[in-house]
Design a protein around this ligand. Structure first.
Ligand code: NAD
Length: 480
């Protein structure tokens, strides 16, 4: 079985106690690699190495333009190695190869974009109200950044933090999810082959309490970038507060996808299906609550069920597959439990509702599932399932749609399907969420900020302003 080691200071090495854990292939339900099980000592080493890299190493003295150039080379290397990285992601988390290949290639744009910003980080000369001084600001890298990522999109969610952190001149210690560590370890080797000095990015694999906890708590880590569940996010936010360090938290969602009667219903149904069933519903922005205006409710549900029932379920490496497995055994169990909860709550099953069979393996599959007649007060409508389970909720008026959409502890994404332009603007303003998509769903770009409100998180990734998350402003007074 393939073995993956920690990556610290450009070296691949076992963990301090030389233990390993297995990582599974969700399509087969069997282990495919062993991963070094990092400990607090490994975190200590990695943080010290990262700190040296950005204080005394070549990274510390490198010009911002040279830093930017390395990021451009990383972008090229990512494109050249996209097939390897996509294959590794698929083996570890079960997403469709076709989607992962496109995603890995698109990630190159983040390194190009932030590489281009590296030499545009400047301060200001400020004519203060006191005579006899020359005063200016400098924008400096905040320090060592600790990045903790989840299993659903390992390289994408790493890149959203890593590219701006490196452009800002920070060094990094990454703790990937214990379920999907391999692609991050493959990628750090590619980063160094592309010219990133050893020690600037270090990876310590292992479990949350063993590695993530000590990383977040380490006094030399000045900023924590986290994506994951709101439960862990709360824990990490509290730890960051104790250490008085900066933190950004990208957490869960229960995003409303709202279809008005005046919408192009075929487009809306397509958007609803890809919104919830892409990546088997394991995306933070899954459109898991479909709000449908009552006059078109039955028509939309009929179209939705007809389209979703044709989805081809199976091997994520096959170009014909449209729905792959659930990434982990535990998550598979959790999704099936939510289907039981929804049934017990009185929701009506319109499609799916169980394990998808016929894939020829022991993989963790769930049928695309649609429940109608769902109350927004039910657990199915309020809790994040993180699986291919859609809750359809009827509404009558625009005000009611807004009230239902906002009646959630989350606020990550929202879709609005309408041909009424003033309504589109009204909805974009009224919905409490970090992103609103009108007549589209799930689009993201390196150029546009992404993040959540309420329990969906704190801070923004992507866009020019994301680099501020990794910079500190220093004011300088010179008595002239
Ligand atoms: P998780 O919170 O269980 O784990 C995320 C990471 O935190 C893992 O690396 C884990 O090992 C680590 N961790 C666990 N306990 C820790 C601790 N005590 N200290 C430090 N680190 C610890 O989340 P998950 O199940 O891997 O991912 C799914 C969740 O991620 C979903 O809720 C989903 O909505 C969310 N998510 C959010 C976004 C977004 O951008 N908002 C994107 C993708 C996923």
């Amino acid at each position: 079985m393939q073995k993956y080691l920690l990556h610290i200071g450009g070296q691949q090495r076992p963990s301090a106690d030389e233990t390993y854990f297995e990582t599974d292939n969700p399509f087969t339900g069997r282990p495919w690699a062993q991963i070094a099980r990092g400990q607090a000592e490994d975190v200590e080493d990695a943080v010290q190495v990262a700190h040296r890299a950005m204080t005394t190493g070549s990274w510390a003295t490198m010009s911002p333009s040279a830093r930017g150039l390395i990021l451009q080379r990383v972008a090229d290397a990512l494109e050249e190695n996209a097939e390897l990285l996509a294959r590794t992601e698929v083996r570890d988390n079960g997403k469709l190869y076709s989607e992962m290949l496109g995603q890995c290639r698109y990630l190159a744009q983040w390194y190009r974009y932030y590489g281009g910003l590296a030499d545009k980080i400047d301060g200001r000369v400020v004519p203060v109200d006191k005579p006899g001084y020359f005063t200016y600001t400098r924008r400096e890298p905040i320090g060592v950044v600790g990045i903790v990522t989840p299993w659903n999109s390992p390289l994408l969610l790493l890149t959203w933090k890593l590219a701006p952190a490196l452009a800002a001149g920070c060094s990094v210690v990454v703790k990937p999810s214990e379920y999907t560590s391999a692609s991050t370890l493959e990628f750090v080797r590619i980063l160094e082959q592309a010219g990133l000095p050893a020690g600037v990015v270090n990876v310590v694999t292992g479990f949350g309490p063993d590695v993530g906890g000590p990383l977040v708590d380490h006094p030399l880590v000045r900023k924590v970038g986290f994506t994951g569940s709101d439960a862990t996010g709360r824990h990490i936010g509290a730890a960051a507060a104790r250490g008085l360090k900066r933190v950004s938290l990208e957490l869960g969602g229960k995003s409303p996808n709202i279809v008005f009667a005046d919408a192009d219903l075929d487009a809306a149904v397509n958007g609803a299906v890809s919104g919830i069933f892409a990546a088997s519903g394991q995306t933070c922005i899954a459109g898991s609550r479909l709000l449908v205006q009552r006059s078109v409710h039955d028509e939309v549900v009929a179209k939705l069920v007809a389209l979703a029932s044709t989805a081809r379920i199976g091997d994520p490496m096959s170009p014909d597959t449209q729905v792959g497995p659930i990434t982990t055994r535990d998550q598979h169990k959790k999704v099936l439990e939510y289907i039981d909860i929804a049934t017990a709550e009185g929701a009506q099953l319109a499609l799916g509702g169980g394990v998808a069979t016929g894939t020829g393996t022991d993989g963790w599959f769930v049928q695309p599932t649609v429940f109608t007649g769902v109350s927004n007060q039910s657990r199915l409508a309020q809790e994040e399932v993180f699986g291919p389970v859609l809750a359809v909720i009827p509404f009558d008026t625009e005000d009611e749609a807004i009230a239902i959409a906002n009646d959630s502890k989350y606020g990550l994404g929202a879709g609005v399907w309408t041909t009424d332009l003033p309504r589109a603007f009204r909805m974009a303003e009224a919905i409490e969420s970090g992103t609103v998509w009108v007549n589209t769903y799930r689009a993201v770009s390196f150029m546009l900020p992404f993040g959540g409100v309420k329990d969906s998180g704190i801070g923004r990734e992507n866009g020019a302003e994301a680099i501020d998350e990794y910079l500190e402003t220093k004011s300088v007074w010179i008595n002239i």
